[in-house]
Design a protein around this ligand. Structure first.
Ligand code: ZN
Length: 297
């Protein structure tokens, strides 16, 4: 457990934890483990210096890592990949917040955890924000928002929360160099020939592999490819290619925003291809060229 984790657990045990905490960075498992530990420290029935005891009726019923939670005062939401949810539906957030409106059943307070908070539907994030803005005049109520990066949460949520970074974790990729080399190689193929179709399908393949299409939260995959392209650009021989590589890099970041708004992947890839063939300048908005080139959805 790192120092930030220890401090947070200590504050929780003493009942001095800030009402809304964002845990970001580190690995997903670490975030779940720490959220469980903080929740136990907040609800544990032993005296503050031994919280979380791990053995009392509260501690034993909270284990986010094992997905085991049978505590009426501990509520968590996450998107359900089995139901092909790409975002946390607003209804789930509303249900969670209803619990926040009543007094605790058993423990001295309540704990609410939002797993993959970056996948909150924007409407859900806004209702959550309203609750955070309400003064806590009753028993303690703590919110823990887990995210790979706090930057993916609404600025208004961030400003209402204490943000704690858990380290680089799984964000860094070892195979970035390979990715750059592959992209440079693919990019050397001239547009308009058969190789271009290959290039587009390879790019689409990369994004699918990284979960970039199905999993809207997988921003990392899009940004990594965009970053690799920007890195690769100066190595290209042709000046026009260099400009095009940088333009595509910018497009990929926009493309991810379109995907977040549920624009279909095939439209996005078609749009990327069409823009490259037409050599659209980056100032032309990605979405407007997509609509212009391949028609409205
Ligand atoms: Zn306990």
């Amino acid at each position: 457990m790192n120092r930030a984790a220890q401090e947070l657990t200590g504050l929780a045990a003493e009942g001095r934890l800030y009402p809304s905490v964002i845990l970001h960075g580190g690995e997903a498992k670490e975030r779940l483990a720490l959220a469980s530990r903080i929740a136990r420290a907040l609800l544990c029935e032993r005296e503050p210096d031994v919280r979380p005891c791990g053995a009392c009726k509260h501690c034993r019923r909270i284990d986010l890592e094992a997905d085991k939670v049978f505590h009426p005062d501990f509520v968590f939401v996450r998107r359900d990949p089995k139901k092909r949810e790409t975002v946390i539906p607003v209804d789930k957030v509303r249900t969670l917040l209803q619990t926040a409106q009543v007094s605790p059943f058993e423990a001295r307070g309540q704990v609410f955890v939002i797993v993959e908070a970056e996948t909150l539907h924007p409407a859900g994030a806004n209702v959550l924000l309203k609750t955070l803005e309400e003064p806590a005049d009753r028993s303690p109520r703590n919110f823990l928002l887990l995210a790979s990066s706090a930057n993916e949460l609404l600025p208004t949520l961030r400003s209402r929360s204490l943000t704690v970074y858990l380290g680089a974790g799984d964000a860094a990729g070892d195979d970035d160099e390979d990715l750059v080399a592959d992209l440079v190689e693919l990019w050397r193929q001239r547009p308009g020939d058969d190789a271009f179709a290959l290039w587009v399908s390879a790019l689409a393949g990369r994004l699918v592999q990284g979960g970039g299409f199905e999993d809207i939260r997988a921003r990392q995959c899009w940004t990594r490819i965009a970053g690799a392209l920007a890195t690769a650009a100066p190595a290209l021989d042709d000046r026009a290619d260099r400009a095009a590589a940088l333009a595509l890099s910018a497009d990929l970041l926009d493309a991810h925003r379109l995907r977040q708004r549920s624009i279909q992947p095939h439209r996005i890839i078609q749009g990327l291809a069409a823009r490259r063939l037409r050599r659209d300048r980056p100032e032309t908005g990605f979405e407007s060229s997509v609509n212009e080139l391949i028609g409205p959805p």
